[in-house]
Design a protein around this ligand. Structure first.
Ligand code: ASP
Length: 324
């Protein structure tokens, strides 16, 4: 018994020692979606912006995709809690607890909260050849094609799935959902015309809309956006979908048990990174809003996620879509 206590004391002392010199080697941010998608985009921009505040240490992105973000999130929850493995995930942190029946981790108990990063509106986009250019025309086309419409998403628990689900409920229309490992491969198939529609984050759609590789019909925010490529788009609320508002957020997490001195250094670095003009300009250029409010406090970030879980749970239960 004494031996066990001594070993535990030694391990704790080692962690305190490591915390003092943190960060002394590259940090890895797990992104639970494939490269090239919206979650990957913000993580890569953030990794760059974190480098200076972390004393020049390299921050790498590790894409661990699958199961709507639960595989990568589970890997992060089980990682050594030393600050060298972090997780960047989106609203899935709040929807997975209801959407995924056997989630292999507890969102509120298995992570340390480091702060919210950004908020991103979504856009309703279609394959380039779809014979509609306005939202009313799209709805008319949907009416003529009932039972034949394919709606892509990034898997159960993803933001695109949530948005598609809300859309089908609001329109009282069933579509065939086509799950991908992430929004990047779904976007490739949308551009290629293999699927008809997707509701995806503006950080993934803006460049494709500008290049006219996809058609855009509406945004999911309460107000129209300022971003040049998106400002002509109506909101879904304007188009008659009362109360339809989805905003995707991203947050940064560490495994539970990461030493508090390390968490404090990571939180301080995150705050500086979110003030980096290059980071801000990249995010805003794609319709995202960088967080500047109290949700940069770990406790407020956690409170916000808990409130989001409570907000989405009844909506998801009402739509009766689950995954095992
Ligand atoms: N964030 C996307 C979604 O949830 C997935 C991705 O980043 O690839 O739809």
């Amino acid at each position: 018994m004494q031996k066990i206590i001594a070993a535990a004391a030694l391990a704790a002392a080692a962690l305190v020692g490591q915390a003092a010199e943190f960060p002394a080697k590259p940090i890895s941010i797990i992104v639970p979606f494939p490269a090239g998608g919206p979650t990957d985009r913000v993580a890569r921009d953030l990794a760059e912006a974190l480098r200076k505040p972390l004393g020049g240490v390299i921050v790498v992105v590790d894409n661990v995709a699958g199961a709507g973000s639960s595989i990568g999130s589970a890997k992060a929850a089980r990682a050594t809690p030393d600050g060298y493995t972090l997780l960047l995930n989106h609203i899935g942190m709040a929807t997975m607890p209801t959407l995924v029946r056997n989630l292999p981790f507890n969102v509120l108990k298995d992570f340390e909260y480091l702060g919210l990063v950004d908020e991103v509106p979504m856009t309703l986009v279609s394959k380039p050849g779809l014979p509609a250019t306005t939202y009313p025309q799209l709805v008319a086309w949907m009416g003529q094609n009932t039972g034949r419409i394919n709606l892509g998403n990034a898997g159960v628990g993803s933001a695109s799935q949530l948005c598609g689900l809300l859309l089908q409920t609001a329109l009282k229309m069933d579509m065939t959902t086509v799950p991908y490992k992430g929004a990047a491969p779904a976007m490739t198939d949308l551009i290629g015309g293999q699927i008809d529609l997707m509701c995806d984050q503006s950080t993934n759609t803006t460049r494709q809309i500008e290049a006219q590789k996809v058609k855009a019909f509406a945004v999911t925010s309460a107000k129209r956006l300022d971003t040049p490529a998106l400002k002509a788009l109506p909101t879904l609320q304007e188009m008659g979908l009362k109360g339809f508002e989805v905003s995707i957020w991203h947050g940064l997490y560490a495994p539970k048990g990461t030493p508090s001195a390390v968490l404090a250094k990571l939180n301080a670095a995150l705050r500086l990174a979110l003030k980096d003009p290059v980071f801000i300009q990249k995010q805003e250029g794609l319709g995202a809003i960088v967080v500047t409010d109290k949700r940069l406090e770990p406790a407020e970030h956690k409170k916000f996620v808990a409130a989001e879980i409570a907000k989405w749970s009844p909506i998801i239960k009402a739509a009766e879509v689950y995954a095992d």
